[in-house]
Design a protein around this ligand. Sequence first.
Ligand SMILES: *[C@@H]1O[C@H](CO)[C@@H](O)[C@H](O)[C@H]1NC(C)=O
Ligand SMILES: *[C@@H]1O[C@H](CO)[C@@H](O)[C@H](O)[C@H]1NC(C)=O
Ligand SMILES: [Ca+2]
Ligand SMILES: [Ca+2]
Ligand SMILES: [Ca+2]
Length: 323
Amino acid sequence: MARAKYLFICLLIQSVLDFIYGQPQVKFFRDDYKYLETTRSFYKVHTIHRTWENAKRKCEMEDASLFYPKDQKEADVVLTYLKETQPSYPWVFIGISSKLAKGVFKTIDGLSIRQVYNKWGPGEPNDAGGDEDCVILRRDGTLNDDKCSKIYPFICKKTLASLKWNEQCNVPYMDYKYNEALGRCYKFHLNPLNWKDAFEACDSEDAYLAIINSQNEADYLVNITAEAPKDKVKGWYLRGAVHLGFSYDPSENGWRTITGETLDDAGYSMWGNNQPDGGEDEQCGSMFYNGFLNDISCEAQRCFFICEREIELLNNLSQESRK
Ligand SMILES: *[C@@H]1O[C@H](CO)[C@@H](O)[C@H](O)[C@H]1NC(C)=O
Ligand SMILES: *[C@@H]1O[C@H](CO)[C@@H](O)[C@H](O)[C@H]1NC(C)=O
Ligand SMILES: [Ca+2]
Ligand SMILES: [Ca+2]
Ligand SMILES: [Ca+2]
């Protein structure tokens, strides 16, 4: 009896450890990426067309890379996926170019095209007009060199093997930081977006636009806002506020968190001077860098934002293992 109990506890601890340390087995990268078992990788078809260079950069921003097929098998499964999701796309940019040396086609990670999938279409590459340095993959599986400045759809790829698991926060992103006092993880996003896009960005990371539930949490958000290297981010965006997870709900005639609570019930409702002041033009929520709340436009203003994530599941498991 004692032995059986001992065995049971060992098994329980083992399964908890497997769960905690075996995280890369959890085949999750982001909500908007599709996992394909054949190649043990995640893919996202980007529907906003971009130049080759911008496509490459966009994938890097998502902690992924511009897709190119490594071999026939990968070309087949990804084209099948593309045709399922975007039946009308004739081709996509892929991560192969001859931008560095004319006529020498290399993958974005420096391999010669001969080491990967290199099934050119008839007569290609032809460097038409002397200006075709970026490669597209057509629906029929053939490659063509085309102008890098054209704007086409593209696919980003993340391999399961390259996925790093943030064990404290139980997410595959190392830039979520755990705050012990609050028992939560946060990420300060340094790419300015409007409120709606910021909401989506947090959601795709299995998190949500941060909700302030206490003065402590407000203080912490002010701290991470102060520490973020904001000055390095150039360009046009609204400085001085970060998007948070609340907005005006006309049906309730009041402000609600994205989980549906009033600000008072959530635990923090310190508005800035004269805020909210925007009326119908400002029906989404933000925080001034000093911690006071501000109403802000849902679409017109881009600014930084903070995502918050609970790590309930891991906490529950570690409580189990202590029993
Ligand atoms: C914020 O930073 C200050 C100064 O570094 C520190 O004393 C305080 O404990 C921090 N507050 C929170 C909630 O992290
Ligand atoms: C974790 O535990 C809390 C209460 O202890 C419970 O409300 C919650 O549903 C649990 N979460 C999961 C994912 O099991
Ligand atoms: Ca061509
Ligand atoms: Ca919170
Ligand atoms: Ca305002």
